[in-house]
Ligand binder design. Sequence first.
Ligand code: ZN
Length: 300
Amino acid sequence: MKGTSVIDFFDRFPNEQACLQHLVDRRWLGHTGCPRCGKLGRWSPIRGTRKYQHACRALISPTEGTIFYRSNLPLMAWFYALLLNCNSCSGVRARFVKRQLGIGVRSAHALCNKLRMHLAAQARPEKVGGPGQAVYVDETLLTRVVTGPPRQAANAIAMGFSCNGQVVTGIIRNRRRQTIVQSIERFVERGSTLVTDGHGSYRCLEKLGWDHIVVDHSKAFHNFEGETTNPIECYWPHLKRALRRYHQVGKENLWLFLAETEYRYNRRHSAISPFDEAVSSFPEVSAKTLPNIRKRFVWP
Ligand SMILES: [Zn+2]
């Protein structure tokens, strides 16, 4: 995986103003006009605040609609924590971020969760596969998930699709046929060849018009054509290693961990580093958009 070094980071973001200016450039400079007068034109920073003023005297906060909005932490701290997360192999714990940034443990937890929301909102394939392409499908049981209070162990089931080295994963309610077929219809392009294990819920796929190859794991982990479900099977250890590192994950936040791990995994061969990509677009993350972002990872 390509990374961004700490030296590159401090070259690009030496101070608070550089971070803010980066946000301004990425979010609206040259793309859209001023929300009040509609014209392009000069924006000037207002000293001592995170606001900018347009030539028509309209005030705008470049952090509005991002995870940084109304935060007391410096933007540099946010960016640096994002660097740590994106450069890591299996995530960083809030306690580590707390020590790195010199902040309280509660703010570190909130910050890490917000960063995961930002990663979850980044670009992701809507559907995988296509005519003639193989899509590997599997589900797995995730332990180390808790609900509460009072804290209780709760398991969750993750389902995943892998195609051309990219994975799409989500949490499903159960392993019933209806749930599994619904997720397949939603995320896999028609015309793809589905490769699954011998689980009973996949048996109806051929009847539903899918090209279906079964690898019966009770006999062997490959079939006579040499087909395996390894592309998706290989992703689960990545995910489970990340969850193991976090010791315990709350069930309501599990989707964020799924999103974070998927984000890094899908960019393991990309030419641009995951951090550079994460700071190049700032999709809106707010109370309004969050339910939709969650729906990408929590499947009905
Ligand atoms: Zn204006």
